[in-house]
Write a protein that binds this ligand. Structure first.
Ligand code: SF4
Ligand code: MG
Length: 327
């Protein structure tokens, strides 16, 4: 993604006519083949919009997304069909994304008809059975309906359906946040295993850092439509450089359950994406803010562990984060 911008004009509800939501505001990132990349931030930070831009489910206001060197916004015809097979999406709520009137077998066979037209009926049935086994369900489950399954099982069905087209990249938008905590780890482990076994590239969108801690290779932290820090997951967790990342990390409950956003909010409300603050967008909440922060936007830079903060070096030198390593 290069300089991606998505502004929405809104004319409804709480908004004034012509208000513009700055959902994504200048995001550049590279996702490498085979890696698991996490995008984290509070709700409303633009991470879902960014995911949809990367899937061509939304058109950017400006900027560009390339997949394997192909600009996705200008592809059409057969190339677009192939692209649709290569890129798959897993939704937060598996139930609402599955047609309740279709059997699980039909739901998984649908993408096969498009992306594996060489298969006949029997071939498709076999493939559906194999996909169900791959996600830890049984071939016999093909004859049942989505409502007969638990939330975790339905997310497995959603994953099987995503796998049916033989994708290279899967983006999961909060793929486990609708699930019980006890089930979250199972689905995360399944995604990790599939990513490794099938050589998939995974992009996981999450508001909860605990979820992505052990599964992602690299992470980008978003705040009000921009990436404020990105780097290898271990580096970002062990030595967070951006004050916002530090705030997010401090709000992970010790037992890794509960509601982290509550703690994060105690440091002040997130400003509206209608009128993002000038300069560094975090300056209204940042304990280290100075005059420069209001005047000038810090840039992320393109180093391996990038941080968009004017003063991160001084902040790190003044107060090494005690106990960060033990997390
Ligand atoms: Fe805080 Fe300034 Fe750094 Fe922004 S640039 S995170 S306001 S210190
Ligand atoms: Mg979202």
């Amino acid at each position: 993604a290069r300089n991606l911008v998505k502004h929405f004009r809104v004319n409804a509800g709480l908004f004034n006519p012509g208000d513009t939501v700055h959902a994504v505001d200048g995001v550049s990132l590279d996702i490498r083949r085979g890696e698991t990349f996490a995008i984290v931030g509070e709700s409303g930070c633009g991470k879902s919009t960014l995911a949809r831009l990367m899937m061509r489910l939304l058109t950017p206001t400006s900027g560009e997304v390339k997949f394997d060197g192909t600009p996705i916004s200008t592809t059409g015809g057969a190339e677009l069909r192939r692209l649709r097979g290569d890129l798959q999406f897993i939704f937060q709520d598996p139930f609402s994304s599955l047609n309740p009137r279709l059997t699980v077998g039909k739901l998984i066979a649908e993408p096969l008809e498009l992306h594996a037209p060489e298969l006949d009926g029997a071939g498709r049935r076999d493939r559906v059975g194999a996909l169900l086994s791959q996600v830890g369900l049984m071939p016999e489950h093909a004859d049942r309906y989505p409502h007969e399954f638990s939330g975790g099982q339905r997310q497995r069905i959603g994953i099987a359906r995503a796998l049916a087209s033989g994708p290279k990249l899967i983006i999961g938008d909060e793929p486990v946040s609708a699930l019980d905590v006890s089930v979250q780890a199972q689905v995360i482990n399944l995604l990790s295993d599939l990513g490794r076994d099938l050589d998939l590239t995974l992009v996981i969108i999450a508001h909860d850092l605990a979820v992505i801690r052990h599964m992602s290779d690299r992470v980008a932290v978003m705040y009000l439509g921009q990436i404020v820090e990105t780097g290898p997951t271990d580096a970002v967790f062990d030595s967070a450089r951006h004050p916002y990342t530090q705030l997010l990390l401090d709000s992970i409950p010790v037992a890794e359950h509960g509601s982290p956003s509550q703690v994060a909010r105690s440091a002040g409300e997130t400003p509206s994406p209608l009128h993002p603050p000038s300069g560094c967008r975090f300056h209204t909440r940042c304990p280290h803010a100075r005059a420069l922060c209001q005047a000038e936007s810090p840039v992320l830079g393109d180093q391996a562990h990038g941080v968009a903060c004017h003063f991160w070096r001084e902040i790190a030198a003044a107060a090494p984060r005690a106990g960060a390593k033990s997390r």
